[in-house]
Ligand binder design. Structure first.
Ligand code: DAK
Length: 262
């Protein structure tokens, strides 16, 4: 049997619960290799399809969310190896196919591919020990899983250039001030806080949550008017759901909504 490079469990109560996925190469600071990314992708796709799951949390160890792609696996590649084989593009962007919200719960190092993986998630809740960086420049490469594109959108051009060109790390307070991280929590409370945010999401209407995620991603990925047009179409389409009727009726009747997930 192959080694479990990610551990999956289901947490919480109620009709829709949270999938907690833990990256599991702690001795290598969760350096991300091909096998781990395959297992992570398979877990994400399976949980995305499962009706009883409303939200997914990805975490690492106390010392490292992930210290990057596995340098030992990359060290000997030639240009033709990475270009011709389209180096690990296959399993790095599976996260982008997931329609349910994915929260990164980051403790310790989130560097290189680890920072990019966290940025591929929908938002980042970080322990007060978290450190973020794109140090690839220090080993003669550049970020390769979207870091040069997503970091400037998250923290602005000046800070992204500083990070990418010097390879320095930012601590969690700088990361939060810059907009990379949504919340900072004491390390011991990281998983509880992430699961609590996930439970809030699980209790909501799954269709409207998935479509809200698609709209925010559209703002992140494209131009402003393109995004506003996309949002308008999605907004109109939500009036075809039972949950919109229920949510608004409940508000007007001053009672909690009973969402039917359709
Ligand atoms: N790869 C492989 N092993 C790693 C690693 C990594 N990225 N990071 C740490 N390790 C291993 C160390 O080699 C060490 O192994 P042993 O010597 O015990 O066998 C063990 O983890 C513990 O690490 P340290 O002894 O170094 O621990 P320290 O506390 O002293 O230092 C550190 C922690 C995080 C500062 C240090 O380990 C470090 O600088 N690590 C490398 C960080 C880094 O440069 N990361 C960027 C890697 S490049 C792409 C997708 C992704 C990528 C590219 C393309 N496509 C989709 C095309 C991504 C590229 C990268 O991430």
């Amino acid at each position: 049997m192959s080694e479990a490079l990610v551990l999956s469990e289901v947490r919480g109560e109620g009709a829709r619960r949270t999938a907690l996925i833990t990256l599991n190469r702690p001795k290598q600071l969760n350096a991300l290799n091909d096998a781990l990314m395959d297992q992570l992708g398979a877990a994400l796709i399976a949980f995305d399809r499962e009706d009883g799951i409303g939200c997914i949390v990805i975490t690492g160890s106390e010392k490292a969310f992930a210290a990057g792609a596995d340098i030992s696996a990359m060290a000997r590649f030639s240009y033709m190896d990475v270009h011709h084989n389209d180096f690990i593009t296959r399993n790095w962007e599976t996260l982008l196919q997931v329609r349910k919200p994915v929260i990164a719960a980051v403790s310790g190092f989130a560097l290189g591919g680890g920072c990019e993986l966290a940025m591929l998630c929908d938002f980042i809740i970080a322990a007060d020990t978290a450190k973020f960086g794109q140090p690839e420049i220090k080993i003669g490469i550049i970020p390769g899983a979207g870091g040069t594109q997503r970091l400037p959108r998250a923290v602005g051009k000046a800070k992204a250039m500083d990070m990418v060109l010097t390879g320095r790390m930012m601590d969690v307070h700088e990361a939060e001030r810059s907009g990379l991280v949504s919340r900072i929590v004491p390390a011991a409370q990281l998983i509880d806080e992430a699961l609590s945010a996930a439970a809030t999401i699980c209790a909501l209407s799954g269709p409207s949550v998935a479509l809200a995620k698609a709209c925010v991603n559209k703002a992140f990925e494209g131009g402003l008017m393109d995004g506003v047009g996309f949002e308008r179409r999605i907004f109109h389409s939500l009036f075809a759901t039972d949950d919109q009727k229920e949510g608004m009726d409940a508000f007007l009747s001053k009672r909690p909504p009973d969402f039917k997930q359709r």
